[in-house]
Ligand binder design. Structure first.
Ligand SMILES: *Cc1c(COP(=O)(O)O)cnc(C)c1O
Length: 379
């Protein structure tokens, strides 16, 4: 089956009683245990609504099994801690999502896990691995600069050394990138973003092999970050339109990236779909389309970034991403606010940088909105 079909059909629970075509919402937290081995229980991650979403995402990612969590961070932290403990070492990319970065710097030392950060290229990641390295965590494209890493290279290096690889595939979504096909062991998604897609839920997923899922599910049962039936149902419903949404978002983002690139008041555009972007060739080799996220810098001599954001009428200033509506934020005062100005400047997150999450609206309406805001925001 093609992905468009899997989005609609994979994992759905066929209800033999009413023969309705949607998965019913099974709200029970108590189930009859007689004459069965695997009694469902929400925190055991084995209820029918949890199974339905896991099966759908596994189909889309080409994974054998997985676990659905109550947030992206529950998924990421459980995945990491499933494969590394006291005395082990982890290599992470320094451009990782802020929450994953903070998890490493805030908790690893106390747990006894050593760690190194490496820049966004396969060579640096491989060079940072030691004899004790058990896990490598990468992300591509990254937030907010949309940097791209050669996933195959990292995966091949790690496989030779029996290092477990984890990728945060949130930005690409399963429509645009399938890292298991590229050799990665474990895929993490913040379902809060594209999978949910309507800016109204919080959830996360880990999908991987059957064997690794056993380990993740065991730790997940101890840590307990499970997702309720209602939200699972909403997530399953959202996933049915994932192909349509991400397809449109990727097309819109490409058009907007080209528009911004050609505007005299925009000094830089970060989008891996642009042929002259530094990550374009690698992105082309591992992504189907380039996704709905982009970032850009206004020419500070000409325009004021906060004035520009306030002038937008259609595109809303909002944190988070991946919804059907277009949203914009300034990473320097949102996701990267805790970082010093010097550190931000070093990694390229300037005060003039804006991150745009492109929605499913008509692209020319979005471009018109950007155009009128650019025109009226001169210094
Ligand atoms: C939002 C996000 C997360 C964390 O997900 P939550 O659902 O907020 O816990 C992880 N990675 C990326 C890339 C994200 O954008």
């Amino acid at each position: 089956m093609k992905k468009e079909t899997q989005c609609v059909h994979s994992g759905s629970y066929r209800d033999g009683v009413t023969r309705g075509i949607n998965t019913p919402i099974f709200t029970s937290s108590a189930f009859d245990y007689l004459d069965r081995d695997d009694t469902p229980y929400p925190r055991y991650f084995n209820t029918p609504n949890q199974d339905a979403v896991v099966k759908k995402v596994c189909a889309l990612e080409g994974a054998e099994d997985g676990v659905v969590f109550s947030s992206g961070m529950a998924a990421m932290s459980t995945a990491i801690l499933s494969f590394a403990g006291s005395g082990d070492h982890i290599v992470l990319m320094d451009e990782l999502y802020g929450g994953t970065h903070a998890f490493a710097t805030g908790e690893f030392q106390r747990i006894g896990i050593g760690y190194s950060f490496a820049s966004t290229d396969a060579e640096s990641i491989c060079a940072a691995a030691t004899e004790r390295t058990k896990v490598i965590v990468i992300e591509s494209p990254t937030n907010p600069l949309l940097s791209v890493i050669d996933i195959r290279k990292v995966a091949a290096f790690a496989r030779e050394r029996e290092i477990t690889t984890i990728i945060d595939n949130t930005f690409a979504s399963p429509m645009n990138q399938n890292p298991i096909e590229l050799g990665i062991d474990i895929i993490v998604h913040s379902g809060t973003k594209y999978l949910g897609g309507h800016s109204d839920m919080c959830c996360g997923l880990v999908v991987t092999s059957r064997k690794k899922t056993e380990r993740v599910r065991t730790l997940a049962r101890h840590l307990g970050g499970s997702l309720d039936a209602m939200t699972c149902y909403l997530l399953e419903r959202s996933l049915k339109t994932l192909a349509l949404r991400v397809g449109r978002q990727s097309e819109n983002a490409m058009r907007i990236a080209r528009f911004l690139k050609g505007h005299q008041c925009v000094s830089r555009v970060h989008y891996p779909g642009l042929p002259d972007s530094p990550g374009h060739e690698i992105a082309k080799s591992q992504m189907k389309a380039y996704g709905g996220m982009l970032s850009f810098e206004l020419d500070k001599r000409q325009l004021d970034a906060s004035k520009f954001v306030k002038r937008l009428r259609l595109i809303s200033p909002a944190v988070s991403l991946g919804g059907v509506e277009s949203t914009i934020c300034a990473p320097a005062v949102t996701s990267h606010a805790k970082m010093s100005a010097a550190e931000r400047e070093r990694i390229g997150v300037t005060d003039a940088l804006l991150r745009l999450s492109v929605g499913i609206e008509d692209a020319s309406d979005l471009i018109q909105d950007l155009e009128q805001a650019l025109e009226g925001s001169s210094n």
